[in-house]
Write a protein that binds this ligand. Structure first.
Ligand SMILES: Nc1nc2c(c(=O)[nH]1)N[C@H]1C(S)=C(S)[C@@H](COP(=O)(O)OP(=O)(O)OC[C@H]3O[C@@H](n4cnc5c(N)ncnc54)[C@H](O)[C@@H]3O)O[C@H]1N2
Ligand code: MOO
Length: 392
């Protein structure tokens, strides 16, 4: 049995950024990172552009100008202004080559075909220069840039429709157990509804991992080997739940061993989630999470999250940890450090009743895991304690 800190650092060391690329439509690339520099195919803006609704001027010393035409956004025609002439212009419209400043309309008096500006303006005033943001052939965004909504908007604005991105992991969720029945069917005596797969699937969707395949297997050694082989061959990350403890029908450990998955740790001094297994086969990460649902989810947030962040080239490997003051007390039994379900708000945390690793109801109410270290057996009201904030 190893300590939590050792287990966390083993996951950090052994999970690596994925280096393969895939092509994505820009609009569907949110959350990915660019696999290569993107060069701009155009100047942006593609023409000198008016930044205001007002008047395009061919500047002179006098404040009065002769109005000779109009340019709206989208117009293709090119008005030619002589010195002292002006054209009505609107935001986003192409500025005639012969105009060298735009005066906003609030500072202009109009009298028929004569306009008078309130003060002199400098050259190129209110004109967005050609290629001000980016010039044709220059790097628009660098390799590794995260595709945020702003990045997606920017790439669309320079006319890019497809990009090469670092791929996200293909993930398998494997549930094990003869007792599992899919919700929606009758529940015979001795069976329970299977919940871990959809719980982990939704945790993955919430983190924007959509390439997930669900596998299920009963408590049978050969079938477990066969199912895990399929999951290992086709995925970058395999999450197994159940069958990893010491019972006669817990076949996951033996099957992983037969499939030559290298064990990196098995059993962590923690509650919940003591029988957590972590290993890898070539580049595939394997977590065998305890079957107890709250233990599985707790291990997902504390350990699997790190591996996902690493695979995605992210720097913040762990969920945010902050200090909070407890608003109620708790007595921790045993000597394992414990991750307790709690509700965090505004610097304070409530530790909930019902911390058993089989109970999801408490987890469903919580937004944080409160960390009670090994030597903290009694938590008092007002104690300062570490809290892990869960993704919402
Ligand atoms: N003799 C010992 N027994 C156990 C120990 C131990 O140290 N010595 N550790 C206990 C702890 S702690 C945990 S946690 C569990 C973990 O056991 P497994 O990972 O082998 O999980 P299972 O036995 O298959 O299932 C445990 C529990 O969870 C339910 N389960 C399983 N899969 C699902 C699912 N997909 N959806 C919903 N519920 C699921 C299952 O029915 C069991 O009730 O071992 C203890 N035993
Ligand atoms: O580790 Mo088990 O999750 O304590 O119940």
């Amino acid at each position: 049995m190893i300590f939590i800190s050792e287990a966390i650092s083993i996951v950090k060391q052994n999970s690596k950024p994925l280096l393969q690329s895939i092509i994505k439509k820009v609009e569907k690339s949110g959350g990915y990172k660019l696999y290569e520099d993107i060069l701009s195919p155009i100047n942006m803006p593609p023409f000198r552009q008016s930044a205001m609704d007002g008047y395009a001027l061919n500047l002179q010393d006098n404040l009065s100008y002769k109005l000779i035409g109009e340019v709206k956004a989208g117009d293709a025609h090119k008005i030619v202004l002589k010195k002292g002439e002006a054209a009505r212009i609107f935001t986003g419209a192409p500025v005639p080559d012969s105009a060298n400043a735009i005066m906003m309309q609030e500072k202009v008096k109009v009298d028929g075909e004569t306009i008078t500006i309130s003060e002199q303006v400098s050259l190129e005033h209110n004109i967005r220069p050609l290629g001000e943001q980016v010039k044709t052939g220059d790097i628009a965004l660098k390799k590794g840039t995260k595709l945020t909504p702003a990045a997606i908007g920017y790439l669309m604005s320079i006319g890019i429709t497809e990009i090469s991105v670092f791929k996200k992991p293909n993930i398998a969720i494997v549930t094990t157990g003869n007792e599992l029945i899919e919700a929606g069917q009758d529940l015979p005596y001795g069976k329970i509804y299977e919940s871990n797969s959809k719980m982990l699937l939704s945790a993955l969707y919430n983190l924007k991992f959509y390439d997930v395949t669900l596998y299920k297997v009963e408590d049978d050694y050969n079938k477990t080997v066969e199912t895990l082989k399929g999951a290992l061959d086709n995925n970058d990350l395999v999450l197994i739940t159940g069958g990893i403890s010491v019972g006669d029908y817990d076949f996951v450990g033996k099957a992983l061993n037969e499939l030559k998955v290298k064990e990196l740790f098995y059993k962590v001094k923690q509650k919940p989630g003591k029988p957590l297994f972590y290993g890898k086969k070539e580049n595939t990460q394997v977590f065998a999470l305890p079957g107890n649902p709250a233990a599985a989810l707790s291990c997902f947030y504390v350990y699997v999250f790190i591996s996902l962040q690493q695979m995605m080239h992210r720097k913040d490997l762990e969920l945010p940890r902050i200090k909070a003051k407890t608003i109620n007390g708790f007595v921790k039994k045993g000597n394992r450090p414990q991750f307790l379900k709690g509700i965090y708000s505004d610097g304070q945390v409530e530790i909930l009743d019902g911390q058993n690793s089989s109970m999801l109801q408490t987890f469903a109410l919580s937004n944080a895991l409160v960390f009670a270290p090994e030597d903290m057996s009694i938590i008092n009201i007002g104690d300062t304690i570490e809290v892990i904030l869960l993704p919402q």
